[in-house]
Structure formats: structure tokens, C-alpha cells
Ligand binder design. Structure first.
Ligand SMILES: Cc1cc2nc3c(=O)[nH]c(=O)nc-3n(C[C@H](O)[C@H](O)[C@H](O)COP(=O)(O)O)c2cc1C
Length: 198
């Protein structure tokens, strides 16, 4: 049997009463049902990172974080994974600061890996947050995939069973996961056979 792709699903809201719980639970359920993925939930609440305050860029700092604090636990959790999906709300036409801080804490751990986005918010469904995230992750040498899920009016987008009322979101989630698997396998093979220059 083919080696499963290791997918990290990052929950990017940490506030009390977050809608993220509903969105992430649903997306994790869809991803975990697939035979081609090993899914690792990465809830930023479990990694209470300080604001980035290292004396050097993460490229140098990431190998030196103490193993037993949130910084060390965060990069250790992220490093072995092959691909990432971020479940993110839109805050003031962007993404939450806790997510930027979490991305900033790594460098090589992110390099040459695919990333996809599940966004939610008001009428724009978080699309503006995703557009900005695409620019950020390119600087981390990641490959953002085209497919995305954008859940508009999130406060009424889910039924009582926790599933999106609009079934097209399920199809979009599967397409996003298909893309992450395709890119994830291709880039995992490439990292192994042709280790990149840093
Ligand atoms: C600080 C803040 C700013 C927000 N700005 C936007 C926005 O610009 N566009 C939008 O569609 N929704 C915006 N919202 C609404 C959020 O997308 C919505 O509350 C969502 O549930 C937040 O995700 P969370 O509950 O998981 O934290 C904002 C919410 C907060 C808390």
C-alpha cells in the first residue's frame, strides 16, 4: 500500500467562542475519512506561542527553540508533515495574527511543501484572508494550491449535525484534499531524491 501523506490541519482562531470549532471539526472529519491521508490536527490554542522575539530569523532560530516550550513543540509538530491545510477566519480583511506568528516561527519546516486553505467569515467567506496568505507562504517556499473552500456567512452555514448546508462545500473540500495529495506526493518525492538548496 502506498505511503499515506501526512497532512497537518491548522486551526487558526484561538478566541473564546470561536466558530473555528465547527469548521475545523467538519474539515477534519472529511480529511480523516480518506484512505490516502494521515491527518494531524494542529490547534494553535495548544501552542501558545510568544510574539516572535528571537534575535535571528526563524531560519536560524527554529533549530534552537527549547524542546519543552510552545516554540519547540510547534516546530517539532510541523516538521515531519508533508502538507498543510489551514482553517482560517477573516479578521479585518486578513487572517488572524496568531496564524502569522505561528508561520513566522518556522522556515525550513515549511519549505517545499504544499498548503491549502479553508476560510470562513461574512459575505466574502474569508477569501481576502486567503489571498493575503498566499503571498506569505510563497516567501516560506511553500506551494499554495489553487483549490480552496470559502464558507460565507459562517454563523448560518452549518446544520445541527455540523455539516455545511451547501453540499458544494464538501465537493470543494475533496478537491482541495486531492490537490494537496497530488502536490504533497510530488514534493515529498522531490525532497527525498533531490534535496533542495536552502
Ligand atoms: C477582529 C475581527 C475582525 C473581523 N473582520 C472580518 C472581516 O474583515 N471580514 C469578515 O468577513 N468577517 C470578519 N469578522 C467576522 C469573523 O469572520 C467571524 O466572526 C468568524 O466567526 C471569526 O472566526 P472565529 O469565530 O473562529 O474566531 C471579524 C471578526 C473578528 C473577531
Amino acid at each position: 500500500m502506498a505511503e499515506k501523506l501526512k497532512l497537518g490541519v491548522i486551526t487558526a482562531s484561538t478566541r473564546e467562542g470561536r466558530r473555528a470549532d465547527v469548521v475545523a471539526r467538519w474539515f477534519l472529519e472529511v480529511a480523516s475519512a480518506r484512505a490516502d491521508l494521515d491527518v494531524v490536527p494542529l490547534d494553535l490554542r495548544e501552542f501558545p506561542l510568544p510574539f516572535y522575539a528571537e534575535t535571528v530569523p526563524a531560519k536560524l532560530a527554529e533549530a534552537r527553540y527549547p524542546a519543552d516550550d510552545a516554540r519547540g513543540r510547534w516546530v517539532a509538530a510541523v516538521a515531519p508533515l508533508d502538507a498543510y491545510a489551514v482553517v482560517t477566519p477573516e479578521y479585518n480583511h486578513a487572517y488572524p495574527a496568531v496564524l502569522k506568528n505561528a508561520l513566522d516561527h518556522g522556515y525550513a519546516v515549511w519549505n517545499r511543501k504544499p498548503i491549502g486553505f479553508v476560510s470562513y467569515g461574512g459575505v466574502a467567506g474569508g477569501a481576502r484572508a486567503v489571498e493575503q496568505l498566499r503571498l506569505v507562504v510563497i516567501e516560506l517556499q511553500m506551494a499554495p494550491v489553487r483549490s480552496e473552500v470559502n464558507l460565507a456567512l459562517v454563523h448560518r452555514a452549518f446544520d445541527e449535525a455540523g455539516r455545511p448546508k451547501d453540499a458544494s462545500h464538501v465537493a470543494r473540500a475533496e478537491t482541495l484534499l486531492d490537490d494537496l495529495v497530488w502536490w504533497g506526493e510530488a514534493l515529498r518525492d522531490a525532497r527525498r531524491t533531490r534535496p533542495p538548496r536552502t
